[in-house]
Design a protein around this ligand. Structure first.
Ligand code: PLP
Length: 427
């Protein structure tokens, strides 16, 4: 019976059981004025809908599947572990291999803890920073998203940006009173904030490359300056590399800037739920059972997750990231050529294998420019491309991702279809 069913029928049924028919808001496609597609399988760069329609996937579970869908080596490890045992709620040898692989990539990390989501890992990182410094205030950047942590749901990216929610209802004002929001890439304001509140600032948390308000790379010196000022005021610098970890190299930006704490997610779980917090021992050792900062979890370091993560990381060690860069460059160049040919007001922001198309003539280097881009045009393009078998993120504020399984064939097809869209628009 299920094989006959359509996405539309499933959605009609789903809205009876789930709020808005979904379990995470951006999946609703509401902001691009479309109805959700129900997917049933994925292979490499392709995902298939329940109707058997085929899509080139540029979402990749929000940046998770850097090897593409259903990677056979990752599947094999998950299946082997599945037969050995799904979970023990206790220590397993996989934990040792996993930690070594993470630390080979992230050379500034001394200790890690493996949790179930990026949100959880951010919560623990902030708790550690507050405990270590004995201070309360947190500096975050407008348009950066750090999961649905109460006190960071202020001018947040991702779903909140998509649905224009400045801060979440249900979060008491007292919870966000200690959160100071600064525009991304605006170090002058960070300096002023530190002059005024420096002695109360426990941590600065930043996405080193913003990926939740579309892709916005850091300005020259921005991350370096954050490192210096947090050192000078003895505050903790937290890099949220949930998206950027292992995306453009075997490791991340932390190796260059040496933050005190790093949060990882997505890719490091190989497609299974994960979040990792890591950092210097002098902070990490504050965690229970050594210290007085509590964190625990029934499903932490789940063996299936670790098996998928290990298989992914092992494979990434032997991948040529230059390939991803070339492929992403091809896509960017193709779109820029279309822009020039049709005299369009758009900008492609790219950091390696993640990118965004903003419909604006202005350079997009902060969240305000991103908000001011033409979202309706993005929505129209999304809907057109879906009919042609190209699945972009259903929001201009979510990044386009590439995987090692994509080839120039998919990229060239996508460029052709984007051109077709603009040919129709300009008629
Ligand atoms: N931090 C960043 C930078 C993210 O992009 C996300 C999720 O997209 C999170 C944290 C939260 O991770 P999770 O969705 O696994 O809770």
């Amino acid at each position: 019976m299920l094989s006959q069913v359509t996405s539309e029928q499933l959605y009609e049924e789903a809205i009876k059981h789930y709020v808005g028919g979904v379990n995470s808001p951006v999946r609703s496609f509401k902001n691009v004025e479309a109805k959700p597609i129900y997917f049933s399988s994925g292979q490499g760069p392709i995902i298939y809908s329940v109707e058997g329609r085929k899509f080139i996937d540029y979402v990749l579970a929000w940046g998770t599947f850097i090897l593409g869908h259903s990677d056979p080596d990752v599947q094999k490890e998950i299946i082997e572990q599945l037969y050995k045992g799904i979970h023990f709620g206790a220590c397993s040898p996989l934990e040792i291999e996993y930690a070594r692989l993470i630390k080979e990539g992230f050379r500034t990390i001394e200790k890690i803890r493996v949790l179930n989501s990026g949100t959880e890992a951010v919560m623990v990182a902030i708790r550690l920073a507050r405990a270590y410094t004995n201070r309360r205030k947190i500096v975050k950047f407008s348009g950066n998203y750090h999961g649905h942590v109460d006190y960071l749901l202020v001018k947040s990216g991702s779903g909140l940006a998509t649905f224009s929610i400045p801060s979440s209802k249900g979060v008491p004002q007292e919870f966000i009173d200690q959160t100071i929001v600064v525009e991304y890439n605006d170090f002058d304001t960070v300096e002023k904030v530190f002059e005024e509140h420096g002695k109360d600032i426990a941590a600065v948390i930043v996405e080193p490359v913003a990926g939740n308000i579309g892709v916005i790379p850091p300005k020259n010196g921005f991350l370096q300056n954050l490192r210096q000022i947090t050192k000078a005021y003895e505050s903790i610098l937290i890099f949220d590399e949930v998206i950027t970890c292992f995306r453009n190299e075997y490791g991340g930006l932390s190796n260059q800037y040496d933050p005190d704490l790093v949060v990882l997610g997505k890719i490091v779980g190989g497609g299974m739920p994960i979040g990792v917090v890591g950092g210097k021992s002098y902070i990490m050792d504050l965690l229970a059972p050594e210290g007085q900062v509590y964190h625990g979890g029934t499903f932490c370091s789940n063996p299936l997750t670790l098996a998928a993560g290990i298989a992914t990381l092992k494979k990434l060690k032997n991948q040529n990231y230059g390939y991803l860069e070339e492929l992403a460059h091809l896509l960017q160049e193709g779109i820029v050529n279309i822009k020039n040919r049709y005299n369009l007001k758009l900008n492609v922001n790219r950091w390696g294998s993640m990118m965004s198309i903003f419909f604006t003539e202005h350079e997009v280097n902060n969240s305000q420019n991103a908000y001011n881009s033409d979202r309706r045009m993005f929505a129209e393009m999304f809907r057109f491309l879906v009919t042609k078998g190209v699945y972009l993120p259903p929001s201009p504020f979510e990044a386009i991702f590439l995987s090692f399984s994509h080839t120039s064939k998919e990229i060239n097809y996508t460029i052709d279809k984007i051109e077709e869209f603009f040919m129709n628009v300009s008629k």
